[in-house]
Each structure stands twice: as C-alpha cells, then as structure tokens.
Design a protein around this ligand. Structure first.
Ligand code: HEC
Length: 746
C-alpha cells in the first residue's frame, strides 16, 4: 500500500506540472456538450493517483493527517485536525501564503478536499476547481453551466458545500439538481444524472455528496418553496440509481414508495401537505458510519413551516427534523430519532453530524453528535438510536427541556402562535445552522458557532382570513407572515434578545460551557479545532481568528475585509502545515438583509463580498489590499403619488418575491444589489429587469410568471418609498417610523 502511495504521489505531481506548464488553466466545459457521456473506465492517463481514495483509505484517514480526505476530514466528520506544527506557541507567526480570487461575489460554503497536494473545492453556481495547494494555481476547473434562472429556486443563495473525491473521480451536485462525476485528474465529465423527481418544483442541490461502499449519496433542498424530501444512492461507477429513501409520505391516494412510509404516514393527520410539498429535505448532512454500515440522514423542516396548515389533525410528521439511520447498501430504515416532533418553526436537523467513540456513564459508546437548529445538543447511540443526552447549547424558549424518558421536547405552550404572534428563540436561522462545528473527543468538547437570533412567528394573512393556505408556485410557501417582520423588530427594539453569535466550547455530556467568545453578529463561519491546541473561525465582521482551545483566549487574527461562512481546514504538504478558508457571505441570512441599527454591519456590507480562497502558513507574508469602504448613500427618489394601501400592495409583492434575495424591507445585506441605491438608469430599466429578465443570466430571473405590469407599479413605488424613508432617516430629517404601509390595510 505504502509503495503504491509513493508512486501515486510522483504521478500526481507530474500530472500537476504537466497541466501548469502546458496550459495554465483548462477551458471550462459546458455540461450540455457532454450530457450522458459514455462513462470511460478509469484509464492510465486519467489521474490514476487520485484513484487510491477508497473506503479503506478514508477509514484509515488518521494515518495520513496531512490530507483532508472527506467532507469532515474522515468518515467520522469531527473536523479535528491532528496537525501540530501551527500551535498555541507560534500561531502569532501565522501569515498569508497565498490568496486566490474565486471570481464570485456570492457566498462560498465549500469544504475543500485535499489529497496529495491538490485541493478540490466548489464555489458559487456549483463551479468546481482543482487547485495546486502549495501555489494556488488552477489545475482544472469545471463549470456545470447552471442556468441563471435557477437562482430563483434557491432559498439560500447559489451556494455549494463541496465535492466528494472517490476512486479517481470528483463528485458534486449542481444547483439545478444534477449529480456529476468528473475525472479527478483532468476535470473531464464522466457521467451526470438528474436527481430531481419533479422539474415543476423548486428543487436545488447545495450539499456535498458523500461516497462509500461504491455509492454516491445525495439529497436536495427546496422546502421553503414546497417540495418533498428524499435521498438517493447512485452507483459511483455508472451513475445508476441504487436506492431512494423518501423522508415524508406523498399523496395518500398513491401506493407507498417504500415500506417505512406506511408508519410515517400515520403521523400526518388531515391537511394537504403533499400538494404543498411536506418538506423534510436532506440538504446538508449525510454521514456514513463504517462501524454499522449505516448512513445517517439529517432531515429538514416541514413544508410549509406551520403544522396547523401541514397537518391540522396533529401528529409528529415523521421524518421531519429527524436523524434517520438507513442501511447504506439498501436504504432500509434502521432507526430514527426526531428532534422536533410536529416541527412548527423551520427547525431542521440537517446540521453537521459527527461520529465518535465516547465514554458515557462509565460505558464506552459509539455515539452520534448533532447540534440542530432547535437549540438542543443530541448525543445518540448510533447502534440503535437511543437518546443519551439532550442539553440546550443556546438560549431556547420554544421548549423547556427534552424529557430523556420519552425522548421528546416539552414545548412551551405560551408560545403557540396560531392565534397571536409570538417571539420565538431560536428563530428560523436556528441556534446553529449548517456552519460546521468541530469535535475534540479527547477534551470531551465540541466547538459550536452558536447563533442568538429570535424571530416573530405569526400565521400567514391568507390563513388568518380564510383558514386555508394554497401553494403559490414561484415563491416561498411558509404559512407564516414575513412581510411585517422588520417593522415588528423596529417597533420592539430593546424588548427582544439582541442578535449575536457565540463561539462556544460545549460539553455535550454535562451541558456545561467550558468557555465562550461573544461575536457581535449572529451569522458567522464554521469551526476547525486542531491538536495544536487551537480553534479557528472566520466571522461576519471579516476577522479570521485562532483561539486557545483550552481557554478561548484570542491568540491570532487576520482581517479579510469580508464576511465568512465556510469552515477552515488544515493540511500538510512537504512538511509545511497550512490553514485555509474561503471568504464571502450570503446563504440563509440574506433574507434578513442589513442589520438594524445599532447592530454592527457585516464586513461584506461595509466593504464588499469578496469570494476568495485564503491559505496561511507560519511565516507567510502575502498581504490583502485594504478595500475602499462601500458607498452607502441612498439617492433622492422621484416619487409617484400613490396611496398608502397601493404602496402596501407593493410591499406584499416585494416580500413575496424579492425579499428572499434583496433583503426584508429593501435593506440588502451586502451580497445582492441594494434596490434603495438604484441609479436613475436602473429605475428606467426596472420592468425590463424584473419582467423581461434582462439580468437573468446573472441570477436575476424574470418574474413575469407571477407579476403583471400593474403589480410592478405598486412594487416599484414601494421600493422608492422605502428608499426615501431611509434617506430621510439617514439625513436626520425624520425618526425611524414605527409604522408601515401594510398597517393601512390590516
Ligand atoms: C434569487 C435571488 C433574487 C430574487 C428573488 C430577486 N432578485 Fe433581483 N437581483 C438578483 C441578483 C443576483 C441581482 C444582480 C444581478 C447582476 O449581477 O447584475 C439582482 C438585481 C436586481 C436589479 C438590478 C439592481 C441594480 O441596481 O443593479 C433589480 C432592479 C432587481 N434585481 C429587482 C428585483 C425585484 C423587484 C425582485 C422581486 C420581484 C427581485 N429582484 C428578486 C437576485 C434576485
């Protein structure tokens, strides 16, 4: 095995030299040219050295700490690097080795795979890169040519969280729902399959596939728009479907696709969830467990969010918000644990899961660890799904505690929002989102990017008026009201828990916080812990930081001038340890837009959203240019004289169709253009952009399927009226209003 490695390494570096000297960067390949390319068998000249990543090599990842072979480094996905060259004693000397502009200003969320000197990663719009990890040179790149329109189907940005590298190939999911296999050596397309069962629904793929047992596993997203979740296993060699597991029951008049759905269907009562979608998308975490040959699926929220609409007769709505263990070969259910029965708050259980061997109550246990959105940290026996611990890791008010006897959360009845709006903590962004946590088994600690982010939940106007809720294609179908949320925040400033983040060292067995660092913004990056005694995290304020793992003391920081979400990783090449991170924010938080004063702006709003790959080493001396601060001025507006109820119509249309990207109340968070700052030329083109789709290739689709020219009159005026209002407030000519146009029609 060892000898093969060495030969492989040599072959790989030759290959790298070949590409760099020959062509620098290979041209991008259009997926459409090569759709359904015959799958060539692995050949000598097509990057054979990468071919050595197989199950055995990933299972033995501890024997090669310099590589980062799988999504969470190993099959256990602890995101803990055993490297120690960069450590507590010398981290002050950590400096930038190189920076690479990834050619995007949208969010980057990818975890690179690093193998034998090459980094494989994705950027926005599902573009894939193979990069020389020492020099930053692009060896090849692959653009799956996702249509710009697809951006409108993605609740949370045109992001991608990474690739799987397996048996000589690089696998990834494209935003428009394809699973694509590339040759790892050349970036050439081997095969691609469409993973989407219903093209009329807004399905997207943003998660990294996982590879094991000769199969590639992939889920999808889309529950906000109205879809039904499932996970599919494909043959790694051929792309043929091996099995599919639906996470929620479908139309009751049709036969069950799999036996487990008969049991699940009994937990859905009344309602027409299957018309809206049902939800339960597995959009992030899928973990393979070689100890039991299980595949764990982290299952998402309900679609719609509100259970009163989805399942008015009550019931737990399996397998929403659950951790589901299936057999990796057959997809048969092994066990399940539901974190949030009858989800009513968008409490996904898709957050990263880590596997560990831990001593629990004096007994050695094989456990699964997860800190999902709902704020409780679950320690589960992965042989049978037994719940061992469920301590809160963040402030929570929706439930008082989890009853370990029943395994169920005890909900706070005062926060039922069917009749009246309620402040709920955590809100839909969760106490922890997909941004990775890290696990240090030896210390018995997890390092979690915790969010304190509350939200006001109230039933959708349509439901309040008619008692019914119909799926509206082309927009979010949540079942709650979002239009007035910003105004509610403004009107109640000081009465709700302020939004902020924490990096928390949390003991999942005792529920104790060993230390924590407060961060003045809630939406921060993933975490890496190392055997060098360090914890790394990039934050919303643009600071990439290293903390003392034992105490939380800040030991090093680097200003990237842009906000971060992606998790750092560490690797070693030729005796040098590197730490890398992708910059650029976005994701689920861009709906909320700019923070309300007095809360601090993310760096991406103050400067810009720079999509870069940064790689650090001891003694690195590269510098980033200090960017100019962004112009925040809102120009004067030419107002039409519309009535308040007419502007309110625009306000509703804006929040139905535009807020998801441009920010609630027309306050962009710094990623998508701020419509309050449109130039007169852009105002003149407004209908052309929104109805005719002039900017569709850049991700600004046409909305002519849902908006008429008449709607546009009101929508445009609402945008102008909001801009005018904020300009006047900024100039000190008026106070922040405590009303909104919607008030005129309520
Ligand atoms: C899925 C995300 C998304 C949604 C939803 C969305 N937009 Fe956009 N919009 C974009 C992106 C991305 C751009 C920037 C395109 C570019 O790079 O030029 C943009 C640009 C624009 C621009 C040009 C602004 C400027 O100053 O350059 C206008 C106008 C606009 N959008 C209006 C709207 C309206 C009105 C709605 C709702 C009907 C809407 N958008 C919904 C993503 C979105």
């Amino acid at each position: 095995m060892r000898a093969v490695f060495v030969i492989a390494l040599a072959a790989l570096s030759l290959l790298a030299i070949y590409f760099i000297s020959l062509s620098g960067e290979r041209s991008e390949k259009s997926a459409s040219e090569t759709t359904a390319a015959a799958a060539p068998a692995q050949t000598e000249e097509s990057g054979p050295s990468i071919g050595l990543i197989d199950d055995a090599r990933i299972e033995n990842a501890e024997s090669e700490p310099g590589n980062w072979l799988a999504y969470g480094r190993t099959y256990e996905e602890q995101r803990f690097s055993p490297l120690t060259q960069v450590n507590k004693g010398n981290v002050a000397q950590l400096g930038l080795a190189w920076a690479k502009d990834m050619g995007t200003n949208r969010a980057q969320e990818s975890t690179p795979i690093v193998v034998d000197g090459i980094m494989f990663l994705t950027s926005s719009w599902s573009r894939v890169f193979a990069i020389d990890a020492v020099t930053g040179e692009t060896l090849w790149k692959y653009d799956p040519q996702v249509p710009g329109d697809t951006g409108r189907k993605a609740c949370c940005d045109v992001v991608n969280r990474g690739v799987a590298v397996y048996k000589g190939r690089v696998y990834f999911g494209s935003l428009d729902g394809r699973l694509i296999a590339l040759d790892a050596g050349t970036g050439e397309l081997v095969w691609e399959v469409n993973t989407i069962i219903d093209p009329t629904r807004a399905y997207t793929v943003t998660g990294a596939p996982r590879a094991a047992r000769g199969k590639i596993f992939i889920g999808n997203g889309g529950a906000e728009y109205g879809v039904r979740g499932y996970v599919t296993a494909y043959d790694a060699e051929t792309g043929e479907q091996v099995w599919r597991f639906f996470t929620v029951p479908g139309d009751p008049s049709l036969p069950f696709e799999q036996p487990e759905l008969e049991m699940a269907a009994k937990t859905w009562k009344g309602g027409n969830w299957w018309e809206i979608g049902g939800g339960g998308t597995v959009w992030n975490s899928i973990v393979y467990d070689p100890d039991f040959n299980h595949l764990y699926l982290g299952v998402g929220n309900g679609s719609p969010w509100t259970r009163a609409i989805r399942s008015p007769g009550g019931g737990d709505n399996l397998f929403l918000s659950s951790i589901v263990a299936v057999d990796a070969d057959t997809g048969e259910l092994q066990w399940h644990y539901q974190t949030t029965p009858g989800d009513n708050w968008d409490y996904t259980a898709v957050q990263d899961m880590a596997l560990a061997d831990m001593e629990v109550d004096g007994e050695s246990r094989k456990v699964l660890l997860q800190a999902p959105k709902n704020g409780f940290f679950y320690v589960i026996d992965r042989s049978d799904g037994e719940l061992l611990r469920a301590h809160p890791f963040a402030p929570v008010n929706w439930a008082t505690h989890v009853d370990l006897e029943t395994g169920r959360p005890v909900e706070n009845p005062d926060l039922a929002y069917l009749e009246k709006e309620k402040w709920v903590l955590p809100g839909p962004l969760g106490a922890h989102n997909w941004q990775a946590m890290s696990v240090d088994v030896e210390a018995g600690l997890t390092f979690i990017p915790v969010q304190q982010s509350s939200f006001i939940f109230g039933m959708a106007e349509e439901f309040k008026k008619t008692g019914l809720f119909k799926r509206n294609p082309g927009r979010w179908n949540l079942g709650i009201e979002v239009g007035g949320v910003v105004q509610n925040f403004v009107n109640n400033l000081g009465t709700w828990p302020e939004p902020k983040g924490f990096l928390r060292a949390f003991d999942p067995l005792t529920g104790e916080i060993a230390w924590q660092v407060e961060i003045p913004h809630h939406w921060n990056g993933g975490v890496l812990a190392t055997a060098g005694g360090l914890v790394f995290q990039g934050d919303a304020l643009g600071m990439f930081k290293a903390y003392d793992k034992a105490t939380g003391e800040l030991l090093w920081e680097f200003n990237t001038y842009t906000s971060m979400l992606a998790p750092p990783i560490s690797f070693e090449i030729d005796g040098v340890q590197y730490v890398s991170i992708l910059t650029g924010t976005g994701g689920g938080d861009f709906f909320t837009g700019a923070p309300l004063p007095p809360f601090p702006n993310p760096a991406s709003l103050d400067y810009n959203n720079f999509g870069r790959l940064l790689v650090f080493k001891l003694g690195g001396t590269e510098k980033l240019e200090v960017p100019k601060a962004r112009d925040m001025e809102i120009p004067e507006q030419e107002m039409a004289s519309l009535s308040d109820p007419e502007i309110a119509r625009g306000e509703i249309a804006y929040h139905d169709y535009c807020a998801a990207c441009h920010g609630m109340a027309v306050r962009s968070g710094g990623v998508i253009p701020d419509l309050r700052q449109m130039t007169p030329e852009m105002h003149a083109m407004f209908n052309g952009v929104v109805l005719e789709g002039i900017l569709a290739p850049k991700g600004m689709s046409s909305f002519s399927d849902v908006l008429t020219e008449e709607d546009m009159v009101f929508l445009h005026e609402y945008v102008r009226a909001r801009a005018h209002q904020d300009r006047e407030v900024a100039l000190g000519n008026q106070e922040q209003p405590r009303w909104t146009w919607l008030d005129s029609i309520r």
